[in-house]
Design a protein around this ligand. Structure first.
Ligand code: NAD
Length: 488
């Protein structure tokens, strides 16, 4: 299987500012690596603060016209963009696999998933309703409208190079905002191709701008946006540490913030669960994207009464997973994003084994390529292990034992994070009770795959705030205006 593109013009290696493809004003570039081979196959601009400011100027200039257009016109653009994304699924999937490493079938799934947000917000764009408040004083009318926030800066991670940026750009454009975007340094090419398709869909110059940059210049580019009063909102997906930094540094101009941050998801298997369904749910939730997802179960709690049976069923399934490059047709797990990621996973596994964990499956680096790690199950996990409190972000399942519902809910909530939680039970009273008590933005009940364009995705506590998808996702890009008209 080859990762060569059918449409070679989708491999863009420049910034897109004010409707033009251009290099960084500094001329600097950096290499984009293939995680399956660690070789560089493209270069893109290592942009600087000046490029970031140029992008903002373009977005600011385009704003009055874009937000004044009828919602239906913005929706028509999003529909054309959606159609082009779908029509170019194979090439976009190849770019995702090449720069991020996930198997091609999964990459195609990501294209469909990202495209679903563009379609959803094309439909939602025309429903930005307001309110009329019943007359309070004779002759006075009170109305409420929703207006576009203004210029939005979108900053995204590498784990879903297409979906994470589509989930931000689509609602922003639907609401009438203009955008400056910066993709993760490891995965700029998919985002650039997406912008190329937006250009082809007829988006006016300046409405959507993108700049790429290298790890050592990220703080300069994003720093320019944080300090710039013309940028009215930052929408960020990434680690909690960087999210907190953005919150602190944007305080000077009091920007609106949407922060989709890290998680430490519990996955609870009660004694009354359908064990086969629970194993299916865990396999889907944990091993998608090689465990490199923010909603990936990080701590799996299994009731004493079913611990042995569950461990055995899970081990058989994990043992059968096939690891390999995206070009291998039956690969289910690709390489991790880079060597740093593999080092962290391996350090978590070593720490767990040193603290009494029992290795059931895997537990080692693979030699098929530079960044492969064996799918792993560790039994007898305990809360003093690093993997209990930090995101492992890899294909590792630690199994914790529990005996009591109150105890496991307390442990599940005993983390600063609050993105996703999952549990399996067939007792409907317990289902209602536990779902209410879990302190997370998303709860999967007898279900391992939760994300949908139709539902609000986002966290609580240190997993951030703001929601993506659904009608709530549009709200994040609008601000409320109240008008009081007297003398009627
Ligand atoms: P990261 O925070 O290192 O990087 C995310 C983005 O921030 C990248 O574009 C990066 O270039 C930029 N960045 C890095 N340092 C910066 C700085 N000092 N100033 C400004 N910007 C900076 O995260 P990552 O490693 O790319 O992604 C993994 C993390 O993202 C995990 O914690 C994961 O849970 C989280 N994530 C969350 C969600 C969600 O929806 N909640 C979804 C996907 C990933």
């Amino acid at each position: 299987m080859s990762l060569t593109l059918t449409r070679t013009d989708l491999l863009k290696e420049q910034n897109f500012i004010n409707g033009l493809w251009c290099d960084s004003s500094s001329g600097a570039r950096y290499d984009v690596a293939d995680p399956a081979a660690d070789d560089c196959f493209a270069t893109v601009p290592a942009s600087c603060a000046d490029d970031a400011s140029l992008a903002v100027a373009a977005a600011q200039a385009a704003l009055p016209d874009w937000r004044a257009r009828p919602a239906r016109e913005r929706a028509r653009f999003l529909k054309r963009w959606h159609a082009l994304i779908v029509a170019n699924t194979d090439d976009l999937a190849k770019l995702i696999s090449r720069e991020q490493g996930k198997p091609l079938a999964e990459a195609r799934g990501e294209v469909a998933y990202g495209a679903s947000y563009v379609e959803w917000f094309a439909e939602e764009a025309v429903r930005g309703y307001g309110d009329i408040i019943p007359e309070q004083v004779r002759g006075m009318q009170l109305t409420v409208t929703r207006e576009a926030v203004g210029v939005v800066a979108a900053i995204t991670p590498w784990n879903f190079p297409l979906a994470m940026i589509a989930r931000k750009i689509a609602p922003a454009l639907a609401a009438g905002c203009t955008v400056v975007a910066k993709p993760a340094e490891d995965t700029p090419l998919t985002a650039l191709a997406l912008v190329r398709l937006a250009e082809e869909a007829g988006l006016p110059a300046g409405v959507l701008n993108i700049v790429t940059t290298s790890r050592n210049r990220v703080a300069d580019v994003v720093g320019a946006w944080l300090l710039d009063g013309r940028v009215r909102k930052i929408t960020f997906t990434g680690s909690t540490a960087v999210g907190k930094r953005l919150a602190r540094e944007s305080a000077g101009t009091l920007k609106r913030l949407s922060l989709e941050l890290g998680g430490n998801a519990p996955f609870i298997v009660f004694e009354d669960a359908d064990l086969d369904a629970a194993v299916d749910g865990l396999m889907a939730a944990k091993f998608r994207n090689g465990g490199q997802t923010c909603v990936s179960p990080n701590r799996v709690y299994v009731h004493d009464a079913v611990y042995a049976a569950f461990t055995q069923k899970l081990a058989a399934r994990v043992e059968a997973l096939r690891v390999g490059p995206a070009t291998c047709p039956d690969a289910q797990i690709g390489p991790m994003i880079n060597a740093r990621a593999v080092d962290k996973i391996d350090a978590h596994v070593r720490d767990a084994l040193a603290k009494g964990g029992r290795l059931v499956v895997g537990g080692r680096r693979l030699t098929d390529g530079p960044n492969y790690y064996a799918p792993t199950v560790i039994a007898n996990a305990s809360h003093d292990m690093a993997l209990a409190s930090e995101e492992t972000f890899g294909p590792v399942v630690p199994l914790f034992r529990f005996g009591d519902e109150d105890e496991v809910v307390r442990q599940a909530n005993d983390t600063p994070y609050g993105l996703a939680a999952y549990f399996y039970s067939r007792d409907i009273v317990r289902v209602a009770r536990v779902a209410e008590r879990l302190e997370t933005g998303l709860v999967g009940i007898n279900e391992g795959v939760l994300a949908s364009e139709a539902a609000p995705f986002g966290g609580v506590k240190e997993s951030g705030y703001g929601r993506e998808g659904s009608r709530y996702g549009l709200d994040d890009y609008t601000q409320t205006k109240y008008r009081c008209q007297g003398g009627l």
